[in-house]
Design a protein around this ligand. Structure first.
Ligand code: NAI
Length: 332
């Protein structure tokens, strides 16, 4: 029976993972702390590790795992930007992931963020609980007839675009690999990136983080966005230059920002820090804006997505052999 060192465990991970088909054919060692070079040694005795998005699988971490004889890292995420894939390859460690678990979960959370931010639901909720029934400051805008820009029309971006079309929005999109057939069928217009920035009343990011997309939203691209636009990011925090976004909010060029991911979320998101002093000044600043809504990387958090993540991850772990041959969903 294979032993799996499972890092960054939350109660819902344990619940869904141990209930997945085939899970009882594996021995699970659950760690609540994240996987980094400092904690990799805790995988001693395991055959594989299972890791999530805020673990840090850099070369040092992977070298420790390799020295312990671990030949398989099973990511329970779609994104793999936190893994040094070159080092993994050189060390003979196979890396698998869950390429798609519920694009609907993430797309629907994106829409929830835009609706909440625009109609000030986060503020209204707090007000009425304090018996403040005033509406001053809660004016939103109709989505109907407005333009939504989708950057990245992969699995999630397409579903988000289709939902926004359902509101009667014009949807414009940019993707270096466009699908003309899908756009035609769904009434979406592909434009170049700058045109999407220029036209969008709401701009939503659905592209992967890689060296080419790091800080794709920066002072220059923000400057090309329509004045008064709303920005939504449910993809990866480092797609945004946070200080440029803060400047955009302070100057009023951005009328609102909704984030499910944050540039420096590692070690902060997924944790209960309610009893401590927040050390990140930019996050503290973001949380002070009335027109900023932050959720802590929860777009994936539906029963359906957790069930699918567990099913595929257990399948990947069962596929892996000691020779490193993995017919599962291997990261290219
Ligand atoms: P996908 O791989 O299906 O689609 C990504 C799309 O982005 C592709 O069509 C690709 O051509 C496009 N793209 C690549 N470079 C681009 C660029 N420079 N400009 C515009 N488009 C570009 O990915 P999927 O599954 O739709 O995921 C999208 C994002 O959502 C990823 O960043 C992923 O990490 C993130 N995500 C966030 C979750 C959350 O809980 N907040 C959960 C799951 C995914």
């Amino acid at each position: 029976m294979k032993t799996i060192a499972f890092y960054d465990t939350k109660p819902y991970d344990r619940q869904f993972m141990t209930a997945a088909p085939g899970a009882d054919e594996l021995r699970w060692v659950f760690h609540e702390f994240r996987l980094t070079s400092d904690t990799a040694g805790c995988a001693r005795g395991a055959d594989a590790v299972c890791s999530f998005v805020n673990d840090r699988l850099d070369r040092a971490c992977l070298e420790t795992l390799a020295a312990l004889g671990i030949g398989h890292v099973a990511l329970r995420s779609a994104g793999f930007n936190h893994v040094d894939l070159m080092a993994a390859r050189q060390l003979g460690i196979a890396v698998t992931r869950v390429p798609a678990y519920s694009p609907h979960a993430v797309a629907e959370h994106t829409v929830a963020l835009l609706l909440s931010l625009n109609r000030k639901i986060h503020r209204a909720y707090n007000r009425v609980r304090d018996q403040n029934f005033s509406l001053t400051g809660l004016v939103g805008f109709d989505l109907f007839g407005k333009t939504c820009g989708i950057v990245g029309t992969g699995k999630i971006g397409r579903i988000a675009a289709q939902i926004f079309r359902g509101f009667g929005m014009r949807v414009v999109a940019y993707d270096p690999n466009p699908s003309a057939e899908w756009a035609m069928a769904n009434g979406v217009e592909y434009l170049d990136f700058d045109e999407v920035l220029r036209l969008s009343d709401a701009l939503s990011l659905h592209l992967p983080l890689n060296p080419g997309t790091h800080h794709i939203i920066n002072a220059a691209s923000l400057g090309r966005m329509k004045s008064g636009a709303v920005l939504i990011n449910t993809s990866r925090g480092k797609l945004l230059d946070t200080s440029a976004v803060i400047d955009g909010l302070k100057g009023g060029h951005l009328s609102g920002v909704a984030l499910d991911v944050y540039e420096e979320e590692e070690g902060v998101f997924f944790e209960d820090l309610s009893g401590s002093v927040l050390q990140d000044d930019e996050l503290a600043r973001l949380l002070m804006f009335p027109n900023v809504l932050v959720t802590a990387h929860q777009a994936f958090l539906t029963r359906e997505a957790l069930g699918e993540i567990a099913r595929v991850t257990v399948g990947n772990l069962l596929c892996g052999s000691s020779s490193g041959f993995l017919p599962g969903t291997v990261v290219e």
